[in-house]
Design a protein around this ligand. Sequence first.
Ligand code: SMG
Ligand code: MG
Length: 370
Amino acid sequence: MKIRSARLHHARLALVRPFRTSFGTATHRELLVLRLETDLGIGWAECAADPDPLYSSEFLAAAVLVLRDHLVPRLTAAGDVTADSVAGLLEGVAGHPMAKHVLETAVLDAELRAQARSFASRLGATVTHVPAGVSVGITPDVGSLLAEVESYLDAGYRRIKLKIEPGWDLTPVEAVRDTFGAIPLQVDANAAYDRGDLDHLRRLDDFDLLLVEQPFAEHDLLTHAAAAALWTTPVCLDESIASVHDLQTALALSACDVVNIKPARVGGYLEAVRIHDVARRHALPVWCGGMLETGIGRAANLALAALPGFTLVGDVSASGRYYQQDLTPEFVLVDGHLAVPDGPGSGVEVDEAALADATERVIELVGADL
Ligand code: SMG
Ligand code: MG
């Protein structure tokens, strides 16, 4: 296909409730939505980069620049592109997986829409519905945490993830266990601890958690390996895994028992599938992470989460957990599950009126005259 125009919508959506992690509190999500017009039709995707480089080194303003000045020009210069060729064409640009992800995903969406084929079919989904988990932020006190967890359990969520940080770990976990019993429960530290915390965090072993996600720094695989050897609770990597190579290194070091796969973090869905495939060959369970996506990103995440190696419940929740007004038809929980879209491309239509309402700035990356 040939790219005719590429337009970014810089949008801002209020979250239904603030989401606090060890690296900050979000009351809104600022995001980039890419609309790619090709000779075969339109493709849509959303970029997971946040305004500030806190979760990872990427951030929204940098994503705009690298897309405009380095990534999109490589695709337009190539003339004909396919989703399979995108990663190779962008390889010369170091880093920026979230910016690469949004571009590859929009190409893939346009390509699949033109073929009347779904993401689910293309990626290799084997189920039509996936169980939904929910990620619960750090709250001002234990009482409000318990109320929030209860509301999600009442809604039917099949697994609860608690964000933790130093000073907010054993106590909230114990309170949730004591109150709700043997629910599927896990925690995520977003790299907030260091090697000196190995013994402290080992006390989480008392709570029969499904896993502890990314307790240590992104590049500190050695401390994750020490934890995996010392703790009975499985160690899961998120931020540390940006590619198949990273997974192979983690496996060689025995640095994890589980991997959270986020397409945005690893540069796109095609690399996400390759990571899934390697993990599956090593009998390493994986699950699909989230970046507070709108329905645009969530639709494709559901297709990924429907692959056979995704044996653990992911962070893909219903629209209502995030936004009052989603950018696609609403995703709703039915018996604790979300349906995997099976229409062409991502399987959802972008609500262009809702997108226009949320858009603060439109950035044309390639003119319509090309
Ligand atoms: O999409 O439901 C979601 C959020 C899941 O906790 C979540 N994501 O480290 O896994 C993670 C965080 C990163 C995003 S925090 C803004
Ligand atoms: Mg995480």
